[in-house]
Design a protein around this ligand. Structure first.
Ligand code: CP
Ligand code: NVA
Length: 303
């Protein structure tokens, strides 16, 4: 980090104790008396959200979270700003920093996020890149712990595309000390540098091409879309069909296993209705926890 700003860029560059502190802040916000909403710690502060890709959960949860903490929000979309029309990210960072107190960016290229953080003089939050989605994993850890207690020492299995969510899942497994078993086709494995980092950091990580091996006696089964916003469908559906999370797949996990999906789900592709609507699923709590976890992130960034 070039300066002392508290950027929330990725889970591998924030230490374990701080990540836990952020979750605790989020959990405290969740339990706070709703009557205190609107006069909280963000009074007089403004969050700018920049979107180069669509969003439902990230957009709404950050906006509502900031408002509940007493702050204000402005949303900048690529089409309506100079950022989408040739102004550099560095200049955008310098200008926005004169107006707002914290910036969230959803973009394709992780280098844009790094450039924003380098040139901003206010904290920057990663709202998803093609490479990672750390806010999602904070909500996922919060959701697991809400239902099953501490995640440390438990086993999480993922079946599907080795995408941005999985890269952050690998970071989370390492930082929150849970075992991770990934089932992905060989050609769709997660980012090799992130896998290497996890192994060097002592993560308990298994990568296989067999979903049933990955989910065997797992405490939680996770999947995500087969075609992320930056992907073309091409041959992905054929390649990923064996990785669909079905009732049979869930039958190999522990009897009380949870099912999670960051959403949006493509029902019938990566997960069947019987699972996402079934007894294992905590996907709506997971979506809600984006709000609470990000209230923790915002408070940490501006503390
Ligand atoms: N899970 C998630 O980030 O959803 P959105 O794309 O709707 O923000
Ligand atoms: N992997 C998905 C996550 C969406 C929240 C994507 O990047 O489209």
């Amino acid at each position: 980090m070039a300066n002392a700003l508290k950027h929330f860029l990725d889970l591998d560059v924030i230490d374990k104790a701080t990540l836990r502190e952020i979750l605790d802040l989020g959990a405290a916000s969740k339990e706070a008396d709703p009557s205190s909403r609107g006069d909280g710690p963000m009074v007089g502060k403004t969050l700018a959200m920049m979107f180069e890709k669509p969003s439902t959960r990230t957009r709404v949860s950050f906006e509502i979270g900031m408002r509940q903490l007493g702050g204000e929000v402005i949303v900048l979309s690529q089409n309506e700003t100079q950022f989408g029309h040739g102004e550099t990210i560095a200049d955008t960072a310098r200008v926005l920093s004169r107006f707002v107190d914290v910036i969230m960016l959803r973009t394709d290229d992780p280098q844009k996020l790094a450039d924003l953080a380098e040139h901003a003089t206010v904290p920057v939050i990663n709202g998803l890149t093609d490479l990672s989605h750390p806010c999602q994993l904070m909500a996922d850890v919060m959701t697991f712990e809400q239902h099953r207690g501490p995640i440390a020492g438990r086993t999480v299995a993922y079946s599907g595309d080795g995408n941005n969510v999985v890269n952050s899942l690998i970071h989370a497994a390492t930082q929150f000390d849970f075992s991770l078993r990934l089932a992905c086709p060989d050609s769709l494995r997660p980012d090799p540098a992130i896998l290497r980092w996890a192994i060097e950091s002592g993560a308990d990580l298994t990568v296989t091409d067999d979903t049933l091996v990955a989910v065997e006696k797992a405490d939680c089964v996770v999947t995500d879309t087969w075609v992320s916003m930056h992907n073309k469908a091409e041959d992905r559906v054929q390649l990923l069909t064996p990785y669909r999370v079905t009732e049979e797949v869930m039958g190999h996990a522990k009897d009380d296993a949870l099912f999670m999906h960051c959403l949006p789900a493509h029902r019938g592709d990566e997960v069947v209705d019987e699972v996402i609507d079934g007894r294992w699923s905590v996907v709506w709590d997971e979506a809600e926890n984006r709000l609470h976890a990000q209230k923790g992130i915002l408070q940490w960034c501006l503390s």
